[in-house]
Design a protein around this ligand. Structure first.
Ligand SMILES: NC(=O)c1ccc[n+]([C@@H]2O[C@H](COP(=O)([O-])OP(=O)(O)OC[C@H]3O[C@@H](n4cnc5c(N)ncnc54)[C@H](O)[C@@H]3O)[C@@H](O)[C@H]2O)c1
Length: 252
């Protein structure tokens, strides 16, 4: 007996899909048959991931957009709709952060972190919502366990991610009756281009991994698997939840 996850009737948007966790999510959703739009600040990175997918026989496009800019988001989703169809799966993965003590975090740092990580996620949900309501779609927002445990030198980021969790739960309550599900995946430290500075600062991957019950840091594929589950028919009675994917580091 085998189980197949078939997303061939879905159009998925993955923000920040040009690198790290987002790239792995885009690849896995495409492997499950979804038409995938990789939406990234770097149009070049987005197109390069899309090319990898089309090279393997999948259907994907790369779109350059800044999630912090509502007009850019509306334009980008217009391209997705035109080229792939209405969005039925939204993965809000793009975020930004600085690694600085609270006392060193400037007003500019704060504004950009909140504008991208929290407001950007909201911008994309707002622009995609009409499609998601039409398609009985699914949203997965990538937060961080730092939102629930706190994180040294990442306080504003942790606060913005806590906002992502609260908005996701609230939206899940509003749209559940219309058949739309919204959940959060909260990764622990996952080895990506974006996390290398953090891993270095806390003493390297080997040292950090010792704090993880499963004995290693995460891979982008670990996070992508959880996202696939939450957008698949295996999770049709799950909404408004925060799934920690962290090798047991965070047990809440
Ligand atoms: N890597 C980790 O240890 C870790 C842990 C917890 C949570 N997360 C979360 O996982 C997600 C992905 O992290 P990653 O480590 O893969 O990061 P990454 O830096 O490797 O990739 C992030 C991608 O987002 C894009 N991006 C940044 N700002 C954008 C914007 N304004 N508009 C559109 N795209 C934008 C970047 O161009 C990049 O391609 C983030 O939400 C992050 O907060 C990561």
């Amino acid at each position: 007996m085998s189980i197949e996850i078939d997303l061939s009737s879905d159009v998925a948007v993955v923000t920040g899909g040009g690198s790290g966790i987002g790239e792995a999510i885009a690849m896995l959703l495409a492997e499950a048959g979804a038409r995938v739009a990789i939406a990234d600040l770097s149009e070049q990175a987005a197109k390069s991931v899309a090319e990898q997918i089309t090279g393997k026989g999948g259907r994907a496009i790369g779109v350059g957009l800044d999630i912090a800019d509502p007009d850019s988001v509306v334009r980008g989703l217009g391209v997705v709709r035109e080229q792939l169809g209405p969005v039925s799966v939204l993965v809000n993965n793009a975020a930004t952060w600085v690694i600085k003590k609270f006392s060193a975090t400037t007003a500019e740092d704060t504004q950009r972190i909140v504008d991208v990580t929290l407001v950007g996620t909201i911008n994309v949900m707002r622009a995609a919502l009409p499609d998601l309501l039409d398609t009985q779609g699914r949203i997965v927002n990538i937060a961080s366990d730092s939102a629930r445990t706190g994180e040294h030198s990442m306080s504003v980021y942790a606060g913005a991610k806590a906002g992502v969790i609260a908005v996701t739960k609230s939206l899940a309550k509003e749209v559940g009756g219309k058949g739309v599900r919204a959940n959060v995946v909260a990764p622990g430290t996952t080895v990506t281009p974006g996390s290398s500075a953090f891993i270095e600062q806390v003493g390297g991957a080997d040292k950090l991994a010792r704090a993880y019950p499963l004995g290693r840091l995460g891979t982008p594929a670990d996070i992508a698997g959880a996202v696939l589950f939450l957008v698949s028919p295996l999770s049709t009675w799950i909404t408004g939840q925060v799934l920690s994917v962290s090798g047991g580091f965070t047990m809440l």
